[in-house]
Design a binder for this molecule. Sequence first.
Ligand SMILES: Cc1cc2nc3c(=O)[nH]c(=O)nc-3n(C[C@H](O)[C@H](O)[C@H](O)COP(=O)(O)OP(=O)(O)OC[C@H]3O[C@@H](n4cnc5c(N)ncnc54)[C@H](O)[C@@H]3O)c2cc1C
Ligand SMILES: *[C@@H]1O[C@H](CO)[C@@H](O)[C@H](O)[C@H]1NC(C)=O
Ligand SMILES: *[C@@H]1O[C@H](CO)[C@@H](O)[C@H](O)[C@H]1NC(C)=O
Ligand SMILES: *[C@@H]1O[C@H](CO)[C@@H](O)[C@H](O)[C@H]1NC(C)=O
Ligand SMILES: *[C@@H]1O[C@H](CO)[C@@H](O)[C@H](O)[C@H]1NC(C)=O
Length: 510
Amino acid sequence: MYSLLLSFFVASRILISQASPLPFIFDRAVNDTTSLAPTPQNVQRQLGPLLAKGASLYFPGTPQFQDATSRWSTYKAPNIAVVVEPGSAKDVATAVSFANKFGIPYLAMNKGHGSTTTLGAIKNGIEIHVRSLNSITINADGKSASIGGGSYNQELINKLWSNGKASASGSCACVGLMGAGLGGGLGRYQGFYGLISDNLIDVDIVLASGETVTVSEKSNSDLWWGLRGAGHNFGIVTRFTMKIFDSPAQNWYFAQFVFTQDKLEKMVGLVNTMMDNGNQPKELMNYYLYAWNPAISTTEPVVIFTIYYIGTKEQAAKYTKPYFDLGPVFHNDSMVAYPELASATGLGDEDFSCAHGFNRVQYPVGLLNYNVSNTRAVYNLFKEQTVAVPALNLSTVVFEGYSLQGVKAVPAASTAYPHREDNILASILAVYAPNPALDSVAIPWARKVRDLMHSGQPGRQLNAYVNYAFGDETQEMVYGYEPWRLERLRGLKKKYDPKGKFNFYEPIKV
Ligand SMILES: Cc1cc2nc3c(=O)[nH]c(=O)nc-3n(C[C@H](O)[C@H](O)[C@H](O)COP(=O)(O)OP(=O)(O)OC[C@H]3O[C@@H](n4cnc5c(N)ncnc54)[C@H](O)[C@@H]3O)c2cc1C
Ligand SMILES: *[C@@H]1O[C@H](CO)[C@@H](O)[C@H](O)[C@H]1NC(C)=O
Ligand SMILES: *[C@@H]1O[C@H](CO)[C@@H](O)[C@H](O)[C@H]1NC(C)=O
Ligand SMILES: *[C@@H]1O[C@H](CO)[C@@H](O)[C@H](O)[C@H]1NC(C)=O
Ligand SMILES: *[C@@H]1O[C@H](CO)[C@@H](O)[C@H](O)[C@H]1NC(C)=O
């Protein structure tokens, strides 16, 4: 049964391999034009000679370009004319200055999971593919690591684990550390360490001016506040230092259950008790979703519920027992080395959740706890639409219930991340093969599901995590309702990005 379960997630996987750097590609006749459009000719001639050895430029029509621009969500994807693969951190600054000089728009990209529709605003742009800046060095004190701006979760997890260390990272294996961290960065170690951004010590960033600065508590301290929650707005991170810790456990326990929908109310009641309004033990977290799984049912979506525990099966038993007793149609529980945990629970590099090439329309909302009747209503709306339009049956509704002590320990006003009061991150992901005819069905439906989830907590404002936002939310939903937050962010935007060069990812409107 389990292999069937997994094969569902893996079915549509598209392997994206990392292009190996090539020398400049002279694949077209050079035309002696004076135009400064980002054509291969112009960029090769003018930018190419300025870049370090080991840098590459990729142009449309090559497999390297295709790999470097491939995206998790193809809906409103950025329109890219040229990819710059930096050979050094300095190349990032060089590319920014070049693009500024010729008025060409540019965008940092790492692992390609950014899905906000605001990304669609870039046309004929230069992609600065920071993925090549991916080194990770554990510093001699064993308390920090120096990490390239193009590193991603699984790389960091592997490196730390093999040195007996741990730190915050995202929970899906495939996600870029800075893409997530500049917006906060939630994950399984947050009960211990807080968000990714809470663990930053200093950050080297190329600003819109082309200047490279270090940002920390002591250096550019105004930007230090804004980088941690609204950071995509201010520049391109080439390297950062992050706190690391002695690992509390090399192996983790997980228990994954599949329930039929008739168990939903009871299960959600158990989760509410277990989460205790955000006071669950820092070792204990859960993640659950609605999804179709034909191995279990072809007539209704199932509920897939996972408990993670930083410790042993025996220690976790008092939390997991009620779910075993509830009668899942399937379960698997196991101790695994931490680097294997994501893939053991369907969130690995090779799993469908990380696969590129689909339209993925996401709408988030932060919650305090589960409203049982609302949860049922959301399930019903999910089922209704995916039955009516089977092409949407790869969609999911996801509830992320990580432990919270580390997040709540950081004073809310001390960073630009505005949602420390939320206990659960709920989101709808409408997933379908690219098909413009479906957009007008999927998008209003996804928004309706989000609104319904929000209506389950009367009187609470709608909090939309910047890294899951669709792009039509208000500035307050994304960056916080306290007026001083947006005022401060607007001030930083005017100072550090006055021309709005970094306006493609949930831009702060000044
Ligand atoms: C399958 C999946 C799982 C996820 N899981 C989590 C999770 O557990 N926790 C969480 O917090 N979020 C999670 N997210 C959301 C994630 O944080 C965002 O999608 C994030 O933007 C992805 O970064 P990326 O490098 O993978 O994607 P990219 O599209 O390459 O980057 C997204 C944006 O980040 C900016 N950016 C990236 N790198 C840099 C850099 N070095 N300097 C400056 N700007 C940069 C750019 O504006 C870029 O457009 C998940 C998303 C997906 C698709
Ligand atoms: C060069 O570009 C110009 C303008 O686009 C075009 O008219 C001309 O034919 C091109 N020449 C060559 C040799 O391709
Ligand atoms: C349960 O998960 C573990 C870890 O991924 C895996 O090795 C094992 O085969 C799974 N067991 C079943 C019964 O599917
Ligand atoms: C999902 O929809 C596809 C058609 O788009 C269909 O072939 C498949 O059987 C459906 N799966 C389930 C579980 O209903
Ligand atoms: C639960 O959600 C419904 C909307 O689905 C709402 O009407 C109701 O007031 C909510 N109950 C509580 C206790 O918040």
